[in-house]
Write a protein that binds this ligand. Structure first.
Ligand code: GDD
Ligand code: MN
Length: 399
């Protein structure tokens, strides 16, 4: 009979990243909180102590903390293992082969015994006390409760402008590629949330990089989402492991989800139509404004060129990209209504385009055609997302 040592490490699940049903041979816990760690030696005693204090008061004896460490060189897993004597609800997994934040979380959830599965960073940048508010959302009936920096009471401490820009930029790209997923929460980058196990059972997960919440929203059966505002704290000990690799993995993750969730055709078609619009815009800008042709003033030429490109794009999108939806709203009047909406949205984008073009050309001295291309690319993201949300989607609902 193998006596399990009181502080033995958890066996490491292998194979696919599926969340199993709860075992029937033992009473379930109510809550399992995974703490993914890599080089968090100084933080792990503090976070375990603070979480235990909070949860012992709220759900004593009905929760577990699961540290999943990727063989940290600073011995985080060893420190956590030694803490198990003082914290009986603490369990520790030391991974050696498989690595990475999101798979660490899922392997922890696979070993978990709770009806609700959660994740929190080990470095105290996620305020532990917020856990009780998230738990309150689940108690109210939410399937998933996420801590958000972008709702009332939310924020980031003193992040650099670059980090803020990168975070929001990444969110915008996600909104374009996966509006039905990224648009469901105000902070899809959050790594602090909890979700009912039943939402994930039988839903094979295949995350990439850091953003486990996106994977859960995309593949889980999540209906009701609760959000709680929090301020992302400054890290005291250790340093962030986020590098450019995580941003590349994030894009790969979005594209993989986009392809596996379907509708890539619509997005691709919108992009191809956009390219024809670029040809019309650039061609007309040359014909109207180039000193070797009509030599008209730049802004006037740009407005005429863009309006012709907008009409070109609308006709292609209405017949091809969103043709299946448009055909349910036949008739000239409906089409003109769609053209008006499309044009209004794209005109707002046109203003943005002209401002950007002038800024890049007149202030930064960038070649007018390169400046125009950069301006068009930025506005394309704007146009896709707003049109998807307003022009065709609204028409579709009236159908
Ligand atoms: N097991 C394991 N393996 N844990 C990891 C790994 C890994 O490869 N990389 C990071 N972690 C752990 C860290 O130890 C920490 O507990 C947590 O994951 C977040 O890592 P940070 O390096 O501190 O990330 P951050 O501060 O830049 O936070 C960003 O990512 C977090 C995780 O998604 C922000 O986007 C946060 O909102 C987000 O929670
Ligand atoms: Mn951190």
């Amino acid at each position: 009979m193998s006596l399990i040592q009181p502080n033995s490490l958890l066996p490491i699940p292998s194979g696919t990243l599926d969340i199993p049903n709860l075992p029937t041979d033992e009473p379930p816990l109510r809550f399992s909180l995974v703490i993914p760690t890599y080089k968090e030696a100084q933080n792990i005693p503090k976070i375990v102590q603070q979480l235990s204090q909070l949860l012992d008061a709220e759900i004593p004896g009905e929760y577990e903390l699961i540290v999943v460490d990727d063989n940290s060189p600073d011995g985080t897993w060893k420190i956590a293992q030694e803490l198990m004597c003082d914290y009986p609800q603490l369990r520790v997994m030391r991974r050696v082969e498989e690595r990475g934040l999101s798979t660490a979380v899922i392997r922890g959830w696979q070993a978990a015994r709770g009806e609700v599965l959660g994740v929190i960073d080990a470095d105290l940048q996620h305020p532990p006390e917020l856990l009780l508010k998230l738990w309150g959302e689940i108690r109210r009936g939410a399937d998933l409760a996420a801590a958000s920096r972008h709702v009332e009471g939310g924020g980031v401490s003193d992040w650099s402008v670059v980090r803020r820009f990168l975070s929001r930029g990444a969110q915008l790209v996600g909104l374009v590629l996966l509006p039905g997923v990224i648009g469901r929460v105000s902070d899809p980058m959050s790594g602090y949330f909890m979700v009912r196990r039943e939402c994930l059972v039988g839903r094979p997960l295949s995350p990439l990089g850091y953003k486990i919440l996106i994977e859960v929203l995309a593949r889980g059966k999540v209906a009701w989402i609760g959000e709680v505002g929090y301020v992302f704290q400054e890290r005291i000990e250790g340093e962030s492991k986020v590098t450019w690799k995580q941003y590349v993995e994030y894009l790969q993750h979005l594209l993989r989800l986009r392809l596996s969730l379907g509708h890539i055709g619509r997005l691709l078609r919108f992009g191809i139509v956009g390219l024809t619009g670029v040809v019309v815009d650039m061609g007309m800008l040359y014909l109207l404004s180039d000193p070797n042709t009509l030599g008209l003033p730049l802004t006037r030429s740009k407005i005429i060129a863009s309006e012709l490109a907008i009409i070109n794009n609308f006709l292609w999108n209405d017949c091809w990209t969103f043709g299946d939806i448009a055909r349910r709203q036949p008739g000239l009047r409906q089409r003109l209504k769609r053209l008006l909406k499309f044009n209004t949205i794209c005109l707002a984008g046109l203003v943005l385009n002209v401002l950007l073009l002038n800024l890049l050309f007149n202030v930064f001295g960038i070649n007018r055609y390169v400046a125009n291309l950069i301006a068009i690319a930025a506005v394309t993201l704007w146009n896709f997302w707003l049109n998807l949300k307003l022009s065709w989607r609204v028409t579709d609902v009236q159908g």
